[in-house]
Design a protein around this ligand. Structure first.
Ligand code: ZN
Length: 152
């Protein structure tokens, strides 16, 4: 099983590749950060809507893509892309395969905080906000999303 998120140098697209044993084929699609709605244009023609299904551990997810008839490239609406991204995160959680890192918890006498590694924070900007989701009610397990809405 192969999973990778690859950011391209140009454009603002994030490419996510999923490879599933139980899927038998590689799923390749691009998600645009902008609120994109199909149909998209590829090879000078409008893409057509196609229904797809993805499953793992008995969980099925139906979604639709816009497919180019010429090159078979598939495009996702941003809504569908977000849903698929969530499923991908969930899958990683279920299989305990998310990239994990341990940081020291710091305390300045008032507040607890931790530092992000440089490799990550190079993508952060001053003024970015952080979205925190509690995975457990006690708040000891968190899902953190850095919203790139700060100054670039
Ligand atoms: Zn095409």
């Amino acid at each position: 099983m192969k999973q990778k998120i690859k950011s391209t140098n140009s454009e603002d697209d994030t490419y996510i590749n999923l490879k599933e044993k139980d899927l038998g084929e590689e799923v390749k699609f691009s998600i645009s950060k902008d609120a994109f709605k199909g149909p998209f244009t590829c090879h000078g023609k409008k893409t057509v809507l196609a229904n797809k299904k993805l499953s793992f551990n008995g969980i099925e997810h139906s979604y639709s893509v816009w497919r180019c008839k010429a090159c078979k490239k598939e495009y996702l609406d941003s809504d569908e892309g977000k849903k698929l991204e969530r499923l991908w995160i969930f899958k990683g959680l279920m299989e305990d395969k998310l990239i994990t890192m341990e940081r020291n918890m710091n305390y300045d006498g008032k507040t607890y905080f931790f530092r992000f590694p440089k490799e990550m924070s190079s993508n952060f900007h001053k003024g970015d906000t952080v979205d925190i989701k509690l995975l457990t009610p006690s708040g000891t397990r968190l899902l953190i999303e850095v919203k790139g809405n700060g100054k670039k």
